[in-house]
Design a binder for this molecule. Sequence first.
Ligand code: KG4
Ligand code: ZN
Length: 358
Amino acid sequence: MTLVLGIETSCDETAAAVVRDGETILSNVVASQIALHAPYGGVFPEVASRAHIEAISPVVSEALSEAGVSLDDIDAIAVTRGPGLAGSLLVGMNYAKGLAFGADKPLVGVNHLEGHIYSLWLTERSAPVEFPVVCLIVSGGHSEIVAIHAHGEYEMLGSTIDDAAGEAFDKVARLLGLSYPGGPAIQRAAEGGDPEAYQFPRAMLDEGYDFSFSGLKTAVLRAVQPHHEGRREPKGEGMTPDQLGPGVNVADVAASFQAAVVDVLVQKTIRAATEHGATEIWIAGGVSANLALRQEMTARSPVPVRYPPLRLCMDNAAMIASAGHFRFVHGYRDDLDLDVRPMWPLLSIKDAMRRAEG
Ligand code: KG4
Ligand code: ZN
């Protein structure tokens, strides 16, 4: 039996978890900062690191006690090394190093994207995984399509050339005067809307696996505020309903925007899965909570579609512990002078070990 303590502080959740053998969650504690950042309509980096400093110690203690274990029982400490906000990553990294040094435990740095992938390992299934699998990772900071050929063996197929999918949801929510985070707010607003009311652009639909969402955001801005030329995009709480153009139906805009994002994500992921012989499609990251995305992907995919339960879609440390577990059992260790990597690409384990050696 292997017990891994996971620590995640890359963005606006302070999280710690204990996972057994990479797939059983013994505890999964998340302290969310959503309320702190809501007034800014997005994550405020300095506020985030200060909140992590306050939360990290009680969150880790709670994760250990909820799991009914002590630090002595832990086999390795896995911590998010990047990508993410530098100041936020540093808090988790330094805390993890302190624990690893003090308790003489191995330290494993984990890529946040790999963490999202491993949220699927914590999701119940009836049959073992057969590779290759194609995973769509969509969150506030990322939109990637990855082919997974084995544990820790990744092939990056595509990513966004501008905004991430979740970022697009957050920005459009701000345009519509909806609350932060934008994803859930748009999903709710879209419920009564007509997804065909507006024909929003589906950028680069037939070109490769990369995404672009910034044109879509501009198209929404033009639809809701026809005279926006020369004005700046709203910051903070965004527009109030009376600043929207005349006759704008928020539910229709939200539904049409959501349909455009989902359409692109679904078509590209299915094409990637088909062209790479994937046995399954996985969806992970905050946006994988989106109901329309789940339904469309499942309805249109020729192979089974899997996504994590809601609490594992959002940032959490159980997924970091699981990813760290598989690195750990493959012999991957980091030194105690490990740095954070705010822009870290997703590397396969063997490439990461080769780079560490050279
Ligand atoms: O994975 P996550 O918790 O943090 C990052 O790593 O970024 O993802 C947060 C993102 C936010 O942009 C949020 O608006 C989006 O996930 N999100 C959603 C939904 N729930 C959260 N987007 C669309 N539909 C949802 N139901
Ligand atoms: Zn994330």
